[in-house]
Design a protein around this ligand. Structure first.
Ligand code: GDP
Length: 445
């Protein structure tokens, strides 16, 4: 799921690596790539247009955070747009003031309704509810039986018409089920309805009749994520024919490009409430737009770090250090230490490489440092005189021996640090002279 989209977006972000500032042309090129990535993922065209326009506007807007490099800024903007397109806040189920809460499932045949009924009932049971399933899908020969099986697996009772009763009347079954639920004090009733292979008027009318008989608190439209943006047409048909309050995406584990997920909330204006990602009853959970967005961007917790960086990082200090560095040779060990300590405030080293402006080119140095080693580096630098810190070139043999002794380290440790520092500085100055701004942090992935 989302693999292609993920790859394409990552490639787009990688192209921004090393850029100091984004020109309008850079932004346009980036937005074009994002547009292609979304279209390729089968996202609805109207959604793509709105999405890319928003990214372009925000990227051009002046209020960009100075703590982030251009690629990170774009990631942040794209992430925010993804969350928005996926529906913003996670939406919880609404429970009726007077039980039972009635949840009706609607959707095409094969969309995963019956499976979902089992998943949702188990999910509710695990949260202290007492659900009952209702087999109001009397169209498909095996549907009642299938619901009974999932009910059994979920440990949830199933209300079904007597076997051998012919076709039966789903509306009557639904009514009888409500009586039963009230009598036996079930607090939620999940009504599985019939679906067809395609949208048709009779199917809609039946679903609407069931709806009017049970007065659902929530109508959930179940849609197979694998059908791509066809999901949008189906959703619109159901919205018109029966109406619904929320969407459940099923088969998110399948080889889908993500178009359904990324189109449906925006186009229908209804939140995606649950996601189903497997055939097991536990492959199911509330849908969290923000988590899904970071999954698509493959960010792990980078976004949290980006936020942390914005909160804790002293932009001015870092910029001064970077300016100093570019201007000439007076970037000293003091600055080096200051930067390293700033990074450290934000979290474990391994995670925050390249998070800071001015630190990107130190990546290679930092990459080989573990947390304990920073203590050592601190100790070594603190054992230097201000003059030595400002200009490590004056560190001759006797000074190095003194520093080693003062910091409790070996002379070879002092040498190692000084050498790495000098190499880094040289590299950064070369880049500065080359016109590129050093300190554009490396990107994830
Ligand atoms: P219904 O006709 O809408 O009731 O759909 P079913 O619940 O019978 O599901 C149709 C098929 O999709 C069944 O084979 C299910 O096992 C399968 N299915 C349902 N949900 C998922 C899911 O989240 N992931 C996968 N891989 N298969 C699913």
């Amino acid at each position: 799921m989302f693999d292609t989209l993920q790859d394409r977006l990552q490639a787009t972000f990688r192209n921004l690596r090393g850029k100091g500032r984004l020109s309008d042309a850079d932004i346009d090129a980036t937005v074009r790539e994002i547009r292609l990535a979304l279209l390729e993922a089968d996202v609805n065209l109207a959604v793509v247009k709105e999405f890319t326009a928003a990214v372009r506007d925000q990227a051009r807007g002046a209020e960009l955070s100075q703590a982030l490099n251009p690629a990170q800024q774009i990631i942040k903007i794209v992430n925010a747009q993804l969350v928005e397109v996926l529906g913003g806040q996670a939406r919880q189920l609404r429970f009726a003031k007077t039980p039972p809460t009635v949840i009706m499932l609607a959707g095409l045949q094969g969309s995963g309704k019956t499976t979902l009924a089992g998943k949702l009932s188990l999910w509710l049971r695990q949260r202290g509810h007492t659900p009952m399933l209702v087999a109001a899908d009397l169209q498909r020969p095996n549907a009642v039986n299938q619901l009974q099986i999932v009910g059994q697996r979920a440990g949830v009772p199933v209300f079904a018409p007597e076997p051998g009763n012919g076709v039966g009347d789903p509306v009557a079954v639904a009514r009888a089920a409500m009586d039963e639920a009230r009598r036996k004090l079930y607090d939620t009733v999940i009504v599985d309805t019939a679906g067809r292979l395609g949208v048709d008027a009779e199917l809609m009318a039946q679903a609407a009749d069931i709806r009017d008989a049970v007065h659902p608190d929530e109508i959930l439209f179940v849609v197979d994520a694998m059908i791509g943006q066809d999901a949008v047409n189906t959703a619109n048909a159901f919205a018109e024919g029966v109406g619904f309050d929320g969407v459940v995406l099923s088969k998110l584990d399948g080889d889908a490009r993500g178009g359904a997920a990324l189109s449906i909330a925006k186009v229908t204006g209804k939140p995606i409430m649950f996601a189903s990602n497997g055939e097991a009853l536990t492959d199911f959970d509330l849908f969290h737009p923000d988590r899904m967005a970071s999954r698509i961007l493959d960010l792990g917790d980078l976004l949290t770090l980006i936020e942390q960086a914005e909160r804790t990082f002293d932009v001015e200090q870092s910029r001064q250090a970077a300016d100093k560095l570019m201007a000439g040779g007076d970037f000293g060990l003091d600055d080096f230490l200051q930067q390293m300590q700033a990074v450290r405030k934000m979290g474990p080293m391994s995670k925050i490489l390249g998070m800071m402006p001015g630190m990107g080119q130190m990546k290679d140095v930092i990459e080989n440092i573990d947390e304990r080693e920073i203590d050592h580096i601190e100790a070594i630098i603190y054992s230097m005189t201000p003059a030595e810190r400002a200009n490590p070139d004056i560190l001759n043999g006797s000074r190095r021996a003194r520093i080693a002794q003062g910091s409790g380290m070996q002379v070879s440790d002092v040498n190692g640090l000084v050498n790495r520092f000098k190499e880094t500085r040289k590299m950064m100055q070369q880049m500065g002279r080359g016109g590129g701004i050093p300190g554009m942090p490396g990107m994830p992935g």
